[in-house]
Structure formats: C-alpha cells, structure tokens
Ligand binder design. Structure first.
Ligand code: HEC
Ligand code: HEC
Length: 106
C-alpha cells in the first residue's frame, strides 16, 4: 500500500468505528468528518465521498440525528444548533435541502 493510502485509512477507520458504535453513551462531539466545505462539492454529497450511503434515502440507518450537527467545523457563521434542531424536527425530508439528493431518484 502506498503511504498516502495508508494514512487515509488511519483517518477513516476511527470515523467508521464511530459510526458502527451506534448506541453508546451520548456525550461526545458527534460524527466528525472534518470541514465538509473542503470536500469536492461542499455540503452536497457525492458518490465518491459517500460510497456506503450513496443512493439510500434512510439516512438514519447509519446517522443518529442526535449525534450529528453538534459542532460547527465549517468556519461559516452558521447556527449549528438551529440545524441540529431542524434535522430533528423535520427529519429525513430536510436532509436534501442542504446535502443534495444523495443519488436518490425521487
Ligand atoms: C449505509 C449507511 C449510510 C447511509 C444510509 C447514509 N450514510 Fe451518510 N455516511 C455514511 C458513512 C460510512 C460516512 C463516512 C464517509 C464515508 O466513508 O462514506 C457518511 C458520511 C456522511 C456525510 C459527511 C460527508 C463528507 O463530506 O465527509 C454526510 C453529510 C452524510 N453522510 C449525510 C447523509 C445523508 C443526508 C443521508 C441520507 C440521504 C446519508 N448520509 C445516508 C454512511 C451512510
Ligand atoms: C439547514 C441545513 C442542513 C440540514 C437541513 C441538514 N444538514 Fe447535515 N450538515 C449541515 C452542515 C452545515 C454540516 C456541517 C457541520 C459542520 O461540521 O460544520 C452538516 C453535517 C452533516 C454530517 C456530518 C457530521 C457532522 O455532524 O458534521 C452528517 C452525517 C449530516 N450532516 C447528515 C444530515 C442528515 C441525515 C440530515 C437530515 C436529517 C441533515 N444532515 C440535514 C447542514 C444541514
């Protein structure tokens, strides 16, 4: 394996393990994929960066709504608490307005 790929795995593995340990205690900083604005399409999901979740409408199979939107990592003047609340209030119907269709054909 090339060193760069290896380094990528070291970064991704903890993120993945974080996702798979769903029902653990609530106090943490939530899911962390770094600053989403530095990914290819910003907040919008692409197949390349979201291979496991691509094409799936049921985001909550893998993402716990209470465990995301906990910290503003974008550096933008956004109200992350309002986003957290909106995702909880409006549920799955809200996700696409900020993250795109995720490859789901309506
Ligand atoms: C089958 C599991 C699964 C489903 C379903 C899923 N995701 Fe994901 N999601 C992941 C994983 C795993 C990651 C970590 C990045 C990766 O390896 O794909 C991720 C990462 C993300 C990220 C961060 C992307 C980035 O730029 O790093 C966002 C935003 C996201 N998901 C939103 C959603 C939304 C919105 C839905 C529903 C439309 C959804 N996910 C459905 C597994 C899933
Ligand atoms: C009003 C816009 C908005 C809505 C609606 C929204 N998100 Fe997000 N989401 C964001 C922003 C902005 C970030 C980046 C937060 C940061 O790290 O600064 C984010 C980050 C994420 C992440 C990465 C983990 C994290 O906490 O940073 C996931 C996963 C995610 N959203 C899933 C979802 C799902 C699933 C829904 C629908 C239930 C949803 N989002 C609805 C704006 C939104």
């Amino acid at each position: 394996m090339k060193p760069l790929k290896y380094a990528l795995w070291l970064l991704l593995l903890p993120a993945w393990m974080g996702l798979s340990s769903c029902n653990q205690s609530a106090t943490n900083d939530g899911e962390d994929f770094g600053n989403l604005l530095t990914s290819p399409q910003g907040l919008l999901l692409t197949e390349e960066e979201h291979p496991e979740g691509w094409g799936r409408a049921e985001c909550t199979l893998c993402h716990n709504l209470e465990n995301i939107h906990l910290e503003n990592r974008t550096g933008l003047p956004i109200d992350i608490q309002a986003i957290y609340q909106q995702a909880l209030d409006e549920g799955l119907s809200s996700c696409a307005s900020c993250h795109g269709t995720n490859g789901v054909v309506p």
